[in-house]
Design a protein around this ligand. Structure first.
Ligand SMILES: [Zn+2]
Length: 379
C-alpha cells in the first residue's frame, strides 16, 4: 500500500520517497513509490500534475491501494527521488472539490437530494443530483454555499477505524468497509471522501453554477469555484467588453445592442427580399412571352425566388414555363410547370437525356441539372 501523504497534509507539494518499482510500458515508465503526495485519478476527479526528479508525471492511477505514477523517463528502482506536485493545479482542484462538498451537503440537507455523480477535470466540473431541482432551488443553494464560504468553517478529515464511525450519519455513494475517512464541515455536511480539501471554507472563495440541465431522473450542474470561477469571470467580462465596444453600447447594456442589431438585421432582410422580388419582376418583364413555351434564366442570387418568378410568369403564359438559376459551377436549379400539359414524359427526358435530378407532380417538376442552356431546345 502506498502511503498517501495528501491524507495528512493537502498542502504538501514537495516530498522525497523511495522508488519501490519501475516498469516500462510502451516507452513510458510506471513508477511506484513508498509514499507520495500525488493524488491519483479517483472518485471522478483528475490526478495531480507535477514532476518526479524533474521528469513530468503524465498520469497517476490507483489500484488496490497502490498508487502508480506514469513518467516520460526512467528513474532507478531503490533510489530516493524528489516529487514536486504542481500546487497551483492541486489548489484549484481542492477549491473545486471542497465547494462540491458544501453544495452536495446542502442539497441533501434541504431537499434530501443525493449526489449521484461527480466529475472534475481541467476544463469541466459537474455534479449530478438524483432530484430535479428548479432554477430557483439551485439559485438558493448557490447563495447558501457562498454564505458557508463567508463563514470560513473548518473542513476536517478524520480517519475512523474498526467501525468507530457507526453512530455518525454521513453521505457516501457506496457501502464502505475498513478504515473510513470522513470529511466534516460543521452544520453543513459529513461525507466519506479520500481526496484533498482546503482547510476551511473561506479558501474556496466563490461558488458559481454556470449552467444546469435535466439529467436522468435529476439534474446536472456545471459549476466553478475559487480561482477557476474568477478566471471565468475575467474571460466573460473581456467578452462583454468586446461586444459593448463592437456595438458601441455602454457596458452592462450589451443586450440592448444585440437587440438593435437583430432588429436592424430583420429590417435589412425584409428590404433585401423586397429588392430581390423587384429584380425578379424585372426579369419576368424582360422575358420573351411571344411563344407558348417560355425559358427564363435568372441570376444565381435569385435562386430562392423560382416560385415567385413562376407565379408571375404564369400570369403571362399558359404553356410550358421553365425557370432556371445557374451557379458558377454551371449547376442549375429549375422549376418547370404547365397547367395544360402532363410533364411526366418531359421529366423522363430530362433525367435520361440531360442527367437531371429531381421530380414532382404531373404539372410541376423541379430539380437540378448541369448547364441549363442545353435545355432551351425544349422550350
Ligand atoms: Zn472530498
Amino acid at each position: 500500500m502506498t502511503v498517501r501523504l495528501f491524507d495528512e497534509d493537502a498542502y504538501l507539494s514537495e516530498f522525497e520517497s523511495k522508488v519501490e518499482s519501475v516498469k516500462e510500458v510502451n516507452g513510458r515508465y510506471e513508477v511506484i513509490l513508498s509514499e507520495t503526495a500525488f493524488f491519483p485519478t479517483q472518485g471522478g476527479q483528475n490526478h495531480d500534475e507535477g514532476t518526479i526528479d524533474g521528469i513530468e508525471v503524465l498520469d497517476v492511477t490507483i489500484k488496490d491501494d497502490i498508487i502508480t505514477h506514469v513518467l516520460k523517463e526512467k528513474v532507478s528502482k531503490g533510489s530516493i527521488v524528489k516529487g514536486k506536485v504542481d500546487f497551483n493545479h492541486r489548489f484549484r482542484n481542492m477549491q473545486m472539490h471542497s465547494g462540491e462538498h458544501i453544495f452536495s451537503g446542502l442539497a441533501h440537507k434541504l431537499y434530501n437530494a443525493e449526489n449521484v455523480g461527480f466529475h472534475l477535470s481541467d476544463n469541466s466540473a459537474t455534479i449530478d443530483l438524483n432530484l430535479k431541482l428548479s432554477e430557483k432551488d439551485l439559485k438558493k443553494l448557490e447563495g447558501l454555499v457562498n454564505e458557508a464560504i463567508i463563514k470560513n468553517i473548518d473542513i476536517v478529515a478524520t480517519i475512523y477505524k474498526n467501525g468507530e464511525e457507526k453512530d455518525i450519519e454521513y453521505r457516501s455513494k457506496k457501502e464502505l468497509s475498513g478504515d473510513i475517512r470522513l470529511v466534516e464541515i460543521k452544520d453543513i455536511d459529513i461525507c466519506a471522501c479520500c481526496a484533498p480539501h482546503v482547510k476551511s471554507t473561506g479558501e474556496i472563495q466563490l461558488f458559481k453554477i454556470t449552467s444546469f440541465e435535466n439529467y436522468k431522473e435529476g439534474v446536472r450542474i456545471n459549476y466553478l469555484c475559487g480561482l477557476r470561477a474568477i478566471e471565468n469571470y475575467d474571460a466573460s467580462l473581456e467578452s462583454l467588453k468586446s461586444i459593448s465596444k463592437a456595438l458601441s453600447v455602454k457596458q452592462g447594456e450589451e443586450y440592448k445592442g444585440v437587440e438593435k442589431l437583430l432588429s436592424d438585421d430583420r429590417l435589412l432582410k425584409d428590404r433585401n427580399t423586397f429588392l430581390l422580388k423587384k429584380l425578379v419582376e424585372n426579369e419576368i418583364e424582360k422575358a420573351d412571352f411571344s411563344k407558348e413555351n417560355v425559358f427564363i434564366l435568372l441570376p444565381d442570387f435569385l435562386k430562392d425566388f423560382l416560385r415567385y418568378a413562376m407565379d408571375l410568369a404564369k400570369e403571362k403564359s399558359t404553356g410550358r414555363i421553365g425557370v432556371f438559376c445557374e451557379d458558377e459551377s454551371h449547376m442549375a436549379r429549375f422549376l418547370i410547370e404547365s397547367d395544360s400539359e402532363d410533364l411526366r414524359e418531359l421529366n423522363n427526358v430530362l433525367k435520361e437525356k440531360y442527367g437531371a435530378k429531381g421530380g414532382g407532380k404531373p404539372h410541376s417538376i423541379q430539380g437540378t441539372v448541369e448547364t441549363c442552356m442545353r435545355l432551351k431546345e425544349l422550350f
